[in-house]
Design a protein around this ligand. Sequence first.
Ligand SMILES: [Zn+2]
Length: 265
Amino acid sequence: MTDTGAPTLWRMLREAAVQTCALVAPRQCPCGREDTRLCPHCTALLESEPCRVESCCDALQELSAARVRDEVHGDLMLPAGVDHTPLLPVLALGEYGGDLQRLILAWKNGGMLHLGARIAPALSPAVARLAGDADGALPFLVPVPSQRSARLRRGEDHTAELVRAMERSGAGRALLLRAQPTTAQEGQGARQRRNRQILLRGRAARQAGLRAAPVVIVDDVVTTGSTLRGMHQALTAAGMQVLGAVVVASARVPTEPRTAGERTG
Ligand SMILES: [Zn+2]
């Protein structure tokens, strides 16, 4: 436990306030079903098998080979074209749409903070899969940094809270770094947006880097993957070993199961 007394007390008070609000608010699932805080249908959405989505994230693709003509390597015929290899594996519980989208929006923006306690254990199998691909040690869980404006609007940092809840459910160890996304500039080109820079500050990042700590990045929704790319870059540059990323939902999911490194060109 690295928590000091004051933040713990603050979290307890806030949790008490959330619980009190939940008592007076009508019970409703984000999908609209009454008399339940999370209906069986939405519970099943969270219990779905995590799927690999990195092949759907444009900003995560690295050009790994280009051929101007068909090439034969032993038994293998490689057609002319380009190969893309994703930068890191990304696991999601499902596609960002329908009831899963309603659930995420209710948790992020709709004041239903209690949903974080249901989402956190649902992400544990995805973390275990990434850690199992490494050597099975309990990884560190790093939330993507929220924009300060978003934190002020919502009054809390929901990805940091999610990572704390994931630690409580035994998925890994929360590693809350002082990370600062650089704000998008007006008129910025696609290349700069793809390469979103994230600055890591503070002692925790330096220490984790020195230990080459295995980390899993945690976020709510992935779209192009530019934020995950920025986090991967910042964590790797600091010396940490990035096992992959775990998100609740992905803007796009593969239409059929694909494996990492599969040709996309
Ligand atoms: Zn529901």
